[in-house]
Design a protein around this ligand. Structure first.
Ligand code: ADP
Length: 222
């Protein structure tokens, strides 16, 4: 579904990513980890077309995408209601959502445990509530490829766990392909997902059990 071949990204003289080559198959759940400033956000911005590589090629299948950018996670003062923000995530939009579309929005607000916020203005919401709204926006078009950049940073731990359960259900039931940037794998990871450790280059790419081995076998100790 996705292939990066020899991808490099430079900002001026500063090389952020080099020699990035990897593939993602349909139905993969890939966690991207690495230190701050290691190029994780840059890597996914390439995928959604917000950046172009300085060299190398990126091939992405033409599928419906859902994207949750990291920048949205600081609390924003949007002059929009929750309903409007979520509606902007539909693949096709009219002037107003239909009754059926409103039902779907309410259904997702229930799943995300914020049913009371349907008509609320975004600026009244807490950072965590806004994050739930942006997550619904990314999910509501039922994308084949879901890209989440630090999606749970403002969520409380108990809800975070539920949210990852939901993601695994989507991956299992609908073969959704999920790419998840995180600095904390703890709640998120299961044995059958893949992990990429990036720090300018790809330092590790493999299954989670292999990653644990990699972490203990030298990454931390030299
Ligand atoms: P991460 O997501 O792993 O924290 P980023 O991909 O956001 O890392 O950033 C990688 C590096 O690239 C950082 O040092 C950051 O300062 C730099 N960088 C990111 N975007 C730009 C840009 N538009 N111009 C210049 N430098 C940038």
């Amino acid at each position: 579904m996705i292939h990066y071949q020899d991808v490099n990204v430079n900002f001026g003289k500063f090389n952020v990513l080099s020699d990035i080559t990897f593939s993602v198959n349909q139905g993969d759940f890939l966690h991207i980890v690495g230190p701050n400033g290691s190029g994780k956000t840059t890597l996914v911005k390439l995928l959604v077309g917000l950046l172009t590589p300085s060299s190398g090629t990126i091939t992405v299948a033409h599928v419906q995408m859902g994207y949750l950018p990291q920048k949205l996670l600081t609390k924003v003062n949007l002059p929009m209601t929750v309903r409007e923000v979520i509606y902007s995530g539909f693949a096709q939009q009219r002037l107003k959502p239909t009754l059926a579309e409103c039902e779907l929005i309410r259904h997702w607000l229930n799943i995300m445990e914020i049913p009371q916020l349907f008509n609320e203005s975004m600026s009244y919401l807490s950072g965590g509530q806004q994050q739930r709204v942006f997550l619904i926006r990314a999910l509501i078009s039922n994308p084949e490829l879901l890209i989440l950049d630090e999606p749970t940073s403002a969520l409380d731990p108990s809800f975070r766990e539920k949210f990852y359960e939901l993601l695994y259900r989507l991956q299992q039931d609908q073969k959704m392909t999920i790419i998840h940037v995180t600095h904390d794998l703890t709640d998120a990871v299961k044995n059958d997902c893949k992990v990429m450790y990036v720090d300018q280059k790809i330092k590790f790419f493999g299954t989670y059990p292999e990653f644990e081995h990699f972490e203990h076998g030298g990454h931390h100790h030299g």
